[in-house]
Structure formats: structure tokens, C-alpha cells
Design a protein around this ligand. Structure first.
Ligand code: UT7
Length: 331
């Protein structure tokens, strides 16, 4: 009769992993391809370089490498994982899900694997889903990966988009953390909010697809419009997750934002009144890697000791759809 029943099951972060393709493409190199310059790209976006997948290197390959590192860092075996989610807008094939390829690459024959399509918000959507699945008892340990090969869907003659994106993958493992009544500082996801508004399709989309054109298509974006929506939407979800927990901007130890543009990150952090020193920036080295950008930033933050046990972390992202979301977690 004295045994204590858990009051809530949290989704706790166990470990991270990352993989970036070997080839680095600098702004100067892009200047030989289209009419642009390091000065313009850096001033408008903060990007200096990005990684690009080699011929034949696919999203599932990047995802598998990041997943292997996360498993290794966690000291876990694939047998310990019961679900794989891959957030991606650049799957290897129209079907099957890239996640099932990763599952096969990792030698996993139990459980389930599926892809999640929310473009740049995919990883944050994935955290929201992982929290729901772990919290409800439908999963115990989830491997969540954000992986992209955006270089394959860029129009290399369009300077307004081709300079912005890069390839890469980041992975996290989340597991059930049963917290007893009275524990005031549980580790794990504390609050999350996901949003979308499909009316903005034409501001950021790929002009192809199996059902629409029977082709893969290329990325199209009205950057200035996306920029305005991004700052407003990110500030809105950031405020929403703080409100859910009763925390304030001063409680945040580290922000792990989607790395699309340094100016968007600065403006959002300013709007939320968060200390700019607490923001993890990788956009200069990776460009916008869509669903991979947040877990890549997280992995670097962990490696550099910028996120420590007990820290309060804010994740946020916005992308095509539009989709957007934020997650507040205790590391
Ligand atoms: O992951 C989520 C989705 N993506 C984003 O969040 C991206 C959101 N948007 C942005 O980051 C910015 O809007 C961009 C970086 C895309 C563009 O910055 P901007 O300050 O909004 O520039 P702009 O589009 O107003 O373009 C300014 C000028 C234009 O020339 P004119 O019309 O003023 O003569 C462009 O043609 O810069 C020109 N331009 C370039 N010049 C050199 C556009 N791209 C380039 C380029 N190099 N690569």
C-alpha cells in the first residue's frame, strides 16, 4: 500500500547524434554558380558554408549515421528502441518511408518506423509526437531523426533560394521517465505546441510531386513573406509553451531554434525577450537543413557543454505548409 504511483510519464532526452556529409560548399563557391557573394549571403542570413551529400548518398544514409551515433552515445542497442520516426521533406523514394530504410540499416526487425512530413518544423513536430506516444504508454524509447538532402530539390539557377539550404541529419533518443508526485523538476518535455496554416502553400513549396506532376520538383519560396510570418509565428508558439508551464523567458537556459536565417532567430529572441547569449547558432556552418537543423544544433550544444542536466531548453521551428511549433523541455 505504500508504493508510490507515478503521477506523470515524461519523454526524457537520453542522447544525441549527428552526421554531416563530407563536402563543404562555401559562399564563394556558390558565387561561381550564380550571381551572389559571401557578403550578401552572410549579411542577409548569417550563412557562411553548408554541407552537401555526395552522389548516391541518400537521406537514409545520413539518418542512419546520425542514429548510430545517438545509440552509441546513449550506450544503447537497437533492440532497446521500439519506434523510429524520421522527419524529412526529402525522402529517398516516394515510398516506402525513409524511416523503414533506416530501420533495416540499423538491423531492427521489431517495432515500427514511419516518416513525418512537416518540412522545417518536422523535428519539433516529432518531439510533440514522441511526448504524446511516450506519455500515453504507446512507446517506451523512441529514436527521432531529422534528415534532409535539400541539395536535391534546389533550383541551382535561382540565387534567391539555392544559397540558403544544406544537407545533414541529427538524431535524438527519448525514453519514458516516470515521475512521482511532488517532483518539481522532472526531466523531459514539459510543454509543446504545434500549428499549421495551409493557406500559405504558395509562399514555400516544391513545384512537383507524385500526384501533382509525377516529378520530384524544385523548391520555390517568397522569402520576404516567409520571413515576416516566421517571426510572428515563432514568437506566438514560444509564448504558448512558456504559458503552459508558467515559466518566463528568464527561465530559459538555451534556445535551440530552427537555423534558417540568423536575422529570423535574432528577431524572434528579441520579441520573446530571451537573453541572446543563450541562443545556439549553427546556421553559419550548416545553412538551412530543414528538419535536421534543430537536432544538429542540439547535438553541437551537447558536445560543447552548452546544455547541461537540469537546463530549460526551448526548441522552435517554422517551415513550409506553413507549419510551426515549439517545445519546452528540462534536459
Ligand atoms: O526554413 C523556413 C523557410 N525559410 C526561411 O525562413 C527563409 C525566410 N526568408 C529569408 O531568410 C530572407 O527573406 C532571404 C534571405 C530569403 C532574403 O532576404 P531579404 O532581405 O528578404 O532579401 P530580398 O528577398 O528582399 O532581396 C533583396 C535583394 C533583391 O534585389 P533587388 O530586387 O532589391 O534589386 C534580390 O534580387 O537581394 C537580391 N538577392 C540576392 N543578391 C545576391 C536575392 N538573392 C540574392 C543572392 N545574392 N543570393
Amino acid at each position: 500500500m505504500t508504493s508510490q504511483t507515478p503521477s506523470r510519464r515524461y519523454a526524457r532526452f537520453v542522447a544525441t547524434g549527428a552526421y554531416l556529409p563530407e563536402r563543404v560548399v562555401t559562399n564563394e563557391e556558390l558565387g561561381k554558380l550564380v550571381d551572389t557573394s559571401d557578403e550578401w549571403i552572410n549579411a542577409r542570413t548569417g550563412i557562411r558554408r553548408r554541407h552537401m551529400a555526395a552522389d548516391g548518398e541518400m537521406t537514409s544514409d545520413l539518418a542512419t549515421r546520425a542514429a548510430e551515433q545517438a545509440l552509441n552515445n546513449a550506450g544503447l542497442d537497437i533492440a532497446d528502441i521500439d519506434l523510429i520516426m524520421v522527419a524529412t521533406a526529402t525522402p529517398d523514394n516516394t515510398f516506402p518511408a525513409t524511416a523503414t530504410k533506416v530501420q533495416a540499416n540499423l538491423g531492427m526487425t521489431h517495432g515500427a518506423a514511419f516518416d513525418l512530413a512537416a518540412v522545417c518544423s518536422g523535428f519539433v513536430y516529432g518531439l510533440h509526437m514522441a511526448d504524446a506516444l511516450i506519455g500515453s504508454g504507446k512507446a517506451t524509447r523512441i529514436l527521432l531523426i531529422g534528415a534532409e538532402t535539400f541539395s536535391r530539390i534546389l533550383d541551382w539557377e535561382d540565387r534567391t533560394t539555392c544559397v540558403l539550404f544544406g544537407d545533414g541529419a541529427g538524431a535524438v533518443i527519448l525514453e519514458a521517465n516516470d515521475v512521482a508526485d511532488g517532483d518539481t523538476s522532472p526531466q523531459g518535455i514539459l510543454a509543446s505546441e504545434i500549428r499549421s496554416d495551409g493557406r500559405h502553400y504558395d509562399l514555400l513549396y516544391v513545384d512537383g510531386g507524385p500526384s501533382a506532376t509525377q516529378t520530384v520538383g524544385l523548391l520555390r519560396m517568397k522569402g520576404k513573406e516567409v520571413f515576416k510570418h516566421a517571426v510572428r509565428n515563432l514568437a506566438q508558439v514560444g509564448t504558448a509553451v512558456l504559458d503552459q508551464t508558467g515559466m518566463t523567458a528568464q527561465d530559459i537556459d538555451i534556445v535551440l531554434p530552427h537555423q534558417a536565417n540568423k536575422r529570423i532567430i535574432d528577431a524572434t529572441v528579441d520579441k520573446l525577450k530571451i537573453n541572446p547569449d543563450n541562443v545556439m547558432l549553427t546556421v553559419q556552418d550548416h545553412g538551412n537543413t530543414s528538419a535536421a537543423s534543430v537536432p544538429l544544433a542540439l547535438h553541437r550544444a551537447v558536445e560543447e557543454g552548452k546544455v547541461k542536466s537540469g537546463d530549460i531548453a526551448l526548441f522552435e521551428a517554422m517551415g513550409g505548409g506553413f507549419t510551426w511549433g515549439a517545445v519546452l523541455a528540462r534536459w
